[in-house]
Write a protein that binds this ligand. Structure first.
Ligand code: GCU
Length: 342
């Protein structure tokens, strides 16, 4: 524990230093090259980091005389909200953040926080891999000064806690961390829990210190982010598939020549392909490690009971936010193709 604490402090100090340097140097040039900075919240073994290495490789292979890509993992430059702000102002160029964090900039992204939106993984992947369709959605944050370039799979989210959750009733009264998004707060409260929004990096300590009882995420959070050390029960209620997005500062993107923009776009798509290659195997690995080395119990629950508990939420969200309707209906059409794969 002492080691963990010490390394936590070291990470925070390095992070502060980097944030300071990045902030004051702006988007610098080094050795005549424009430094392209990317921030993300995951560890260096996470599929997203591996995808971003591909992004870096492709850019530097094709435009290496002009650009050098630097990747900052582990929220070193700040949590998602902070890093999005840095991308908005152009202090950094790209950030990877979940759609939950984009809701305050473009409310169409609320749709992904709907519980049980996608009825199968196949439908989820088909919708997200339909680049021509999604690019119409990706421009919706242009006014806020940034644009989504591509998506990354962030798996299926389920609840995990210090106590076993077998039915929705077990959630009643539990304080559960959700992402900092109004729709995620509503969803969690609809399950009967007390939603506690906070940034990803704060979750470990909050569970450890008993500030919250648990959280909800994909399996990698147990291992990559060590949450399995402090929360020993993971319940497969599978309430959301929330994608992560690679977001770029709009001025930077618009300042690229057409050819350069095309290379950045190709690099983004390649990074998604690369990330997806690792996802399933890393989830399997995370389950093994969590179960065998961390003592986490995985619980298969009756998902239908959880669905019933939040069955009104989709309609309520549609009634409250007209801008999600088009994408919602599109997703329903794709869902229908995969009926039986749930
Ligand atoms: C996942 C997701 C992140 C997100 C995090 C969270 O790890 O990939 O983008 O920030 O969950 O719950 O905050």
């Amino acid at each position: 524990m002492r080691i963990l604490k010490k390394s936590g402090i070291a990470v925070a100090v390095i992070g502060l230093f980097l944030a300071f340097t990045v902030f004051f140097s702006g988007c610098g040039t080094e050795n005549g090259k424009r430094i392209v900075r990317i921030s993300h919240a995951q560890s260096e073994t996470h599929p997203e980091h591996l995808g971003l290495l591909k992004f870096k490789e492709y850019i530097e292979e094709n435009l290496g005389d002009k650009y050098e890509v630097q990747i900052y993992p582990n929220e070193l430059l700040g949590g998602a909200q902070k890093a999005i702000e840095l991308t908005q102002t152009g202090a950094i160029d790209f950030v990877v953040a979940g759609t939950a964090n984009l809701e305050n900039f473009a409310d169409v992204y609320e749709v992904f926080s709907m519980p049980y939106l996608f009825t199968s993984e196949e439908a989820y992947h088909e919708v997200m891999n339909d680049t021509a369709y999604m690019e119409q959605v990706y421009v919706s944050t242009d006014e806020a000064g940034f644009r989504v370039m591509t998506w990354y799979n962030a798996g299926t989210r389920s609840f995990y806690a210090k106590k076993p959750i077998e039915t929705p009733e077990d959630l009643s009264g539990l304080k559960m961390r959700v992402q900092q998004s109004p729709a995620s707060v509503n969803m969690c409260n609809a399950f009967g829990a007390a939603a506690s929004p906070m940034s990803f990096g704060e979750v470990y300590t909050a569970i450890q210190q008993g500030v919250i009882d648990g959280a909800e995420n994909n399996e990698l959070a147990l291992t990559n982010n060590k949450h399995g050390e402090v929360a020993k029960y993971y319940s497969y209620n599978k309430h959301q598939m929330v994608p992560d997005m690679l977001i770029g500062n709009l001025k930077f993107l618009e300042g690229l020549s057409e050819e350069e923009y095309e290379i950045f776009r190709e690099a983004a798509l390649l990074s998604t392909e690369e990330e997806m290659k690792y996802w399933d195997e890393q989830v399997e690995e995370a389950k093994q490690i969590a179960e065998n080395e961390m003592g986490v119990t995985f619980i298969d629950v009756d998902v239908q009971l959880f669905k019933n508990k939040v069955s009104d939420v989709q309609q309520e969200m549609l009634d409250a936010n007209e801008s999600i309707r088009g994408l919602y209906e599109h997703i329903q059409e794709v869902n229908a193709k995969y009926i039986g794969n749930e």
